[in-house]
Design a binder for this molecule. Structure first.
Ligand code: DOR
Length: 414
C-alpha cells in the first residue's frame, strides 16, 4: 500500500488514451490528469513518455509448487510474473499433490502471501487427484478458489461435469474446462465437442463457464453462438495460439500450435470480440523435460512483447484492445473489482512499457522454465516497470526482493 506519483506517461487502458500523470495514494489510484504537481514526500517515477497501462492479470499459469520445484516455484514464478507485467495470477491445480483440498490451497496461498510479490488466486481441481473419477469436496475448497478445473485433462465423464456444474452454480464459482476429448480423429474435433457439451451443461445448469485456451476456430464459433443466447460463458486464448503458426514455430504444447489458416481465423474471433481474455498458460519445464518432448511454453514473460509485436505493431488490434484482453477482461472473469483500468478509485496496479526491441535468450527469463519456441527471436514491447498497489516491484531488469528491497531505493524522491 504505497504512495507514488508517475509523471509524463502515455496512459492507455481499455477505454481511453491520454498523456498525463497518475497519483497513487495508499495503494489506490487517487488522481489521473494531465498535470499533477508533486506532493511533498511522495516518491516520483518519471515515465519519460512510456505507455502506462493497468497491470496484467493472468487467468492461467502453472507455478508448479508444490511438487515440481525444478520447473518453477512460487518465488521464481512470482518474479517471472512481475517481469512480465503481471500483478495478479491465477494458478492451475496440476501440482503434486494437486490443489484438490483446502490443505494444499492454504499451503500455496500462505507461501505466496509470504513472498508478497504478486497476488495469487487459485483454481481448484474438479476431480480428486485430477483423475477424472470422483468430484473433490467442492464446498470445502470453495473459500480458497474462484474456479474449478482439471486443467491438463478434459473431464470426459458427462455425469461428473454435470454434477460439478450444478455444485459450482450453488457455490457461485466458475467452471473452467480444459476442453479436450482424447482419441478422436482430429484434435480440433476433440476441442469442439467438449466445448459443445460444456456449453450445453452451462445452458442446462446456469453455471458460469470460462473456457481455457481456445485454439480451434470452430470452438470459438460455438462460444459466439452461446454468447448470442446470453449464456454465462467467457473464453480465453493464449499468446502462442494467437501469434504463432505451426509453419514457423513447431513446439510441443497442449493444445498444439495451429496452422496459419486456423491462427488467422482465431485472430478474427479476437477482433470480433469473441475472446474475452488472453491468458498465458505459462507452463515452465526443465531442459530435460524439453528434450523428452513434454508439452508447454514458459510464456508469462514473453506474453506482452509477443502480442505487441504480432498484433499491435501489425495494426491487427489497438493497444486499448490489448489492454482489455490482458487486464480488464481477465479481472472481470475472476470477479475482481476495481481492477484493470487506470481510473480514480481503482487499485494502483500498473505497468510501464516501451517500444524497445528485446532478444529472447535464456538470460531474459526470471522463470526457471526457458522452454519456448521464441529463443533467439527479436520482439518489440518491453516491460520497463511493474507497480503493485503503488509499489514498484519490477524496474528495468531488477525485481523486488532479489535486486532491491524497498522501491524507494530505485526511484527518485524516496
Ligand atoms: O502444454 C500444456 N502444458 N498444456 C496444459 O494444458 C498443461 C501444461 C502443463 O502443465 O505443462
Amino acid at each position: 500500500m504505497s504512495d507514488l506519483l508517475i509523471k509524463g506517461a502515455r496512459i492507455v487502458d481499455a477505454g481511453r488514451e491520454m498523456a498525463g500523470d497518475v497519483l497513487i495514494a495508499g495503494g489506490i489510484i487517487e488522481e489521473v490528469s494531465e498535470e499533477i504537481p508533486p506532493p511533498k514526500g511522495i516518491p516520483l517515477l518519471p515515465a519519460g513518455g512510456k505507455f502506462l497501462l493497468p497491470a496484467f492479470v493472468d487467468l492461467h499459469a502453472h507455478f508448479r509448487d508444490p511438487g515440481f520445484p525444478q520447473k518453477e516455484d512460487l518465488l521464481s514464478g512470482s518474479r517471472a510474473a512481475a517481469h512480465g507485467g503481471f500483478t495478479v495470477v491465477s494458478l492451475m491445480p496440476n501440482t503434486d499433490p494437486p490443489c484438490d483440498s483446502p490443505e494444499v490451497a492454504r499451503y500455496i496461498l500462505d507461501k505466496a502471501r509470504r513472498i508478497g510479490l504478486v497476488e495469487v488466486h487459485l483454481v481448484g481441481a474438479i476431480t480428486r487427484g485430477l483423475r477424472g473419477e470422483e468430484l473433490v469436496d467442492m464446498e470445502a475448497l470453495a473459500p480458497y478458489v474462484w474456479a474449478f478445473s482439471d486443467d491438463g485433462h478434459g473431464v470426459e465423464d458427462h455425469r461428473l461435469m454435470w454434477e460439478a456444474a450444478k455444485r459450482a452454480r450453488e457455490l457461485g464459482k466458475t467452471i473452467y474446462p480444459h476442453p479436450e476429448f482424447r482419441g478422436l480423429p482430429s484434435r480440433e474435433l476433440g476441442e469442439e465437442l467438449m466445448v459443445a457439451r460444456d456449453l450445453w451443461i452451462c445452458r442446462r445448469t446456469g453455471a458460469r463457464f470460462h473456457m481455457a485456451h481456445i485454439s480451434s476456430p470452430g470452438a470459438a464459433e460455438l462460444v459466439a453462438l452461446a454468447k448470442e443466447k446470453r449464456l454465462p460463458v467467457t473464453c480465453e486464448a493464449t499468446p502462442h495460439h494467437l501469434c504463432l503458426s505451426r509453419e514457423e514455430a513447431d513446439h510441443p504444447v497442449n493444445p498444439p500450435i495451429s496452422t496459419r489458416e486456423a491462427v488467422d481465423a482465431l485472430v478474427k474471433g479476437l477482433v470480433e470480440g469473441i475472446i474475452d481474455a488472453v491468458a498465458t498458460d505459462h507452463a515452465p519445464h526443465t531442459d530435460a523435460d524439453v528434450a523428452a518432448g513434454v508439452p508447454g511454453i514458459s510464456g508469462i514473460e514473453t506474453a506482452f512483447p509477443l502480442l505487441y509485436t504480432r498484433l499491435v505493431k501489425t495494426g491487427t488490434i489497438g493497444l486499448r484492445t490489448l489492454s482489455r484482453l490482458l487486464s480488464l477482461g481477465p479481472a472481470r472473469i475472476m470477479g475482481l473489482r476495481k481492477r484493470g483500468l487506470v481510473r480514480e478509485g481503482f487499485v494502483g496496479d500498473l505497468v510501464l512499457v516501451t517500444e524497445e526491441e528485446l532478444e529472447v535468450t535464456g538470460d531474459f527469463f526470471f522463470s526457471k522454465g526457458k522452454n519456448t519456441p521464441l529463443l533467439g527471436w527479436r520482439l518489440r514491447g518491453r516491460v520497463w516497470a511493474t507497480i503493485r498497489e503503488g509499489e514498484v516491484i519490477y524496474l528495468d531488469g531488477k525485481v523486488k526482493g532479489r535486486d532491491f528491497d524497498d522501491h524507494r531505493q530505485v526511484i527518485r524522491g524516496g
